[in-house]
Design a protein around this ligand. Structure first.
Ligand SMILES: NC(=O)c1ccc[n+]([C@@H]2O[C@H](COP(=O)([O-])OP(=O)(O)OC[C@H]3O[C@@H](n4cnc5c(N)ncnc54)[C@H](O)[C@@H]3O)[C@@H](O)[C@H]2O)c1
Ligand SMILES: O=C1N[C@](c2ccsc2)(c2cccc(Nc3ccc(F)cc3)n2)CC(O)=C1Sc1ccccc1Cl
Length: 332
């Protein structure tokens, strides 16, 4: 006895809506924050989870599946075998070793490059037309490594880069000016983390350039205000780590926002890590740095040609040089 009484001609029409599949590699703090945001925002029809720890992986899959009654219907699969990622539209990589106390960034990088040599090639094999979105740190170099290891065209290899830095920057500016962070447009570019570059000229509130906004609102513009807010972006990352030991929610929402632009072909502009060679006089070699980039279903659709001051240009080139020196030691 069928559970439902068939209704005439109710067979679902041959749906032209494509099946959207997202794979998240690494189900730690960051990977699970991204996964749950993708589910709550209904960004995928299928979510595949990968990790090296089989028990943790199955536990996270079951725990998410048990929320099905409260979420849009999404098929959730998980395995240590990369075959489960087959046919993904987007592969988000958060897997990686954590920096040990006192460990140099270079040593952490070398450990993560070794891990990536077992992660990227199977992803590329099972989903040759997918977009790779790299979150693992050091994100700019690991995005370059993923580009080399995958053999994908550079428009389909993106790093989360300074997307999180910029979202913290927007929050802090909004908090300082008592406005909504969604009305604050502000870009941090270049290298993710301690050496990022804040583009003061890019800041606008509701379309009003920040300096004239301050004048109009008669808010005193202390010379160091914006510089102090940029410093606070870096300090807040260290503060969160010191208080809770990791970061998850801001990176989760910021990466899901990138996933939305990519999967829904939003053609939105985000500060993400892209192959920066040829832009702003960066010509010393293949280097990934964050620039304001238009994102859509094809990945990187274009890089905006924003005005940079000489100082901003110089700092970008310095970052490129540092990263190229590190990359030259990888032998990739
Ligand atoms: N780009 C950014 O803005 C940003 C922000 C926060 C964190 N991060 C980075 O994200 C990464 C993850 O952070 P986290 O807090 O989730 O760490 P975590 O240790 O909680 O999770 C990492 C996961 O990767 C898994 N893993 C390790 N090796 C693997 C392999 N070979 N294959 C598959 N899975 C593997 C581990 O089992 C673990 O579950 C770190 O590199 C961190 O620095 C980046
Ligand atoms: O919010 C974070 N948390 C992390 C983190 C998460 C789990 S363990 C450490 C963080 C927090 C603080 C410092 C730091 N340094 C770092 C270490 C190794 C790298 F390869 C890159 C960065 N990393 C990872 C990370 O990249 C961020 S954003 C971030 C970091 C430093 C400065 C500014 C920003 Cl916007």
């Amino acid at each position: 006895q069928a559970f439902f009484k068939p209704i005439q001609n109710s067979a679902s029409p041959s749906s032209t809506k494509r099946h959207t599949k997202v794979s998240v590699i690494g189900v730690g703090n960051v990977g699970m924050a991204i996964a749950q945001t993708i589910l709550t925002q209904d960004l995928a029809d299928e979510l595949a989870l990968i990790d090296a720890k089989a028990d943790k992986l199955r536990g996270e899959m079951l725990d998410l599946q048990h929320a099905a009654a409260f979420l849009p219907r999404t098929k959730i699969v998980a395995s240590v075998d990369y075959a489960v990622t087959v046919g993904s539209d987007l592969c988000i990589v958060t897997a990686g070793a954590r920096q040990n106390p006192g460990e140099s960034r270079l040593n952490l990088l070398q450990r993560n490059v070794a891990l990536f040599s077992h992660i990227i090639p199977p992803l590329a094999k099972y989903s040759p037309d997918s977009i790779l979105l790299i979150v693992s740190n050091p994100v700019d170099v690991l995005t370059y490594v993923s580009w080399k290891m995958s053999g994908f065209p550079s428009n389909r290899v993106i790093g989360s880069g300074t997307n999180l830095d910029s979202s913290r920057f927007r929050f802090l500016i909004a908090d300082h000016l008592d406005v909504n962070a969604q009305d604050v447009q502000a870009y941090i570019v270049g290298e993710h983390g301690d050496s990022s570059v804040a583009l003061w000229s890019s800041i606008s509130i509701g379309g009003v350039p920040v300096l004239s906004f301050l004048e109009k609102q008669q808010i005193a513009y202390e010379k160091d205000t914006l510089e102090n807010i940029h410093k606070a972006v870096v300090e807040s990352a260290y503060e969160v780590i010191s208080l809770k030991g990791y970061t998850s929610w801001a990176i989760g929402y910021s990466v899901a926002n990138l996933a939305r632009s990519l999967l829904r072909d939003q053609r939105k502009i985000h500060p993400v890590s892209v192959l920066a060679k040829g832009f702003y006089g960066i010509n010393g070699g293949d280097v990934f740095l964050s620039l304001p980039t238009q994102l859509g279903r094809g990945g990187v659709l274009g890089v905006t040609n924003i005005h940079l001051t000489d100082e901003e240009m110089e700092r970008l080139r310095e970052s490129a040089k540092t990263i190229l020196e590190v990359q030259s030691q990888l032998g990739i």
